[in-house]
Design a protein around this ligand. Structure first.
Ligand code: PRP
Length: 221
C-alpha cells in the first residue's frame, strides 16, 4: 500500500443513520475502532490501514460537505437530499431509515387540501413543502419554517397542516393528527462528490459493489 494514498472521507448524518451505516460498513470489513468510544469528543476518526476518515455531522450539513469535497462520500436521508438540492451524485439506496414524507394534520384539515385554499403549512422542509404544494398540487400556501417538533404547529394554531416525516406514526397518533396526503417514500442514501467519483472511481465503485452485494445477501437470507 503506497504511503501517499489519499484518504477517502465519509460524512455521516448523526444518530440512527450513522449507527446503521457503521454496522453495514463493518459487515464488509470496514471498521473504525476509534468511533466506538462513546465518551469521545473527537469529531473525526481515522482508519490508517484502509486510508479512511469518518466524521459525524448534522444531517442537513452532510450534502454540503460532500458538494464542496470536504467529504468524498456521505450517508444521509433522501429527505435531506431533496431539501438541500446540492450538486452531488446519489449512488445507492441503502434500504434502511425507511419512512415517508407526508402532509399531516387534524382530520378536519383534509377539506382544506381539496379546494386550493390558502393555508398555512409548517415544516422543517420548506423546499419540499413548496415543491409539493406549488408544483404538484398547484395550491398557493404560506410556508412556515420550523426546526423540530413540527407536530406542535396545528396543535397550537400556528399552521393548518405540516409537511413532515412519518415513520411509525406514533407521534401523529399521540397528538391527534393523521396522514392526509403522502408526498414520497424516503430512505438512507449514499451520495458522492462529483470530482471524487472521477478521481477515486476505482475505490468508490468497489465500495458500492461490496455494499450492494452485502445488501443482496441480506435480502435473500
Ligand atoms: C421525526 C419527525 C416526526 C417523528 C416521526 O422527528 O419529524 O416528528 O420523527 O416518527 P414516528 O412516525 O415514528 O413517530 P425527530 O424525532 O427527528 O425530531 P424533531 O421533531 O425534533 O425533528
Amino acid at each position: 500500500m503506497s504511503e501517499d494514498r489519499k484518504y477517502i472521507t465519509f460524512a455521516l448524518g448523526k444518530g440512527r443513520l450513522a449507527k446503521k451505516t457503521l454496522e453495514l460498513l463493518e459487515e464488509i470489513g470496514i471498521t473504525c475502532e476509534e468511533m466506538k468510544d462513546k465518551n469521545t469528543r473527537k469529531l473525526i476518526f481515522v482508519n490508517e490501514e484502509l486510508k479512511l476518515k469518518f466524521f459525524l455531522a448534522k444531517g442537513p450539513d452532510v450534502p454540503t460537505y460532500v458538494e464542496y469535497g470536504a467529504a468524498d462520500i456521505g450517508v444521509v436521508g433522501s429527505d435531506t437530499i431533496l431539501e438541500e438540492g446540492r450538486r452531488v451524485y446519489e449512488v445507492l439506496d441503502l434500504g434502511f431509515g425507511k419512512c415517508r414524507m407526508c402532509v399531516c394534520g387534524p382530520a378536519s384539515a383534509r377539506e382544506l387540501l381539496q379546494h386550493h385554499e390558502m393555508i398555512r403549512v409548517a415544516s422543517k422542509y420548506p423546499n419540499i413543502a413548496k415543491d409539493y404544494f406549488y408544483n404538484k398540487k398547484h395550491q398557493t400556501v404560506d410556508i412556515i419554517k420550523l426546526n423540530g417538533s413540527v407536530e406542535l404547529g396545528p396543535i397550537v394554531g400556528l399552521a393548518d397542516v405540516i409537511v413532515d416525516i412519518v415513520e411509525t406514526g406514533s407521534t401523529l397518533r399521540e397528538n391527534g393528527l393523521e396522514v392526509l396526503e403522502e408526498i414520497c417514500p424516503l430512505s438512507a442514501r449514499m451520495i458522492v462528490n462529483q470530482v471524487s467519483m472521477k478521481m477515486e472511481a476505482g475505490r468508490i465503485k468497489e465500495l458500492i459493489t461490496k455494499i450492494r452485494g452485502k445488501m443482496m445477501e441480506c435480502e435473500t437470507h
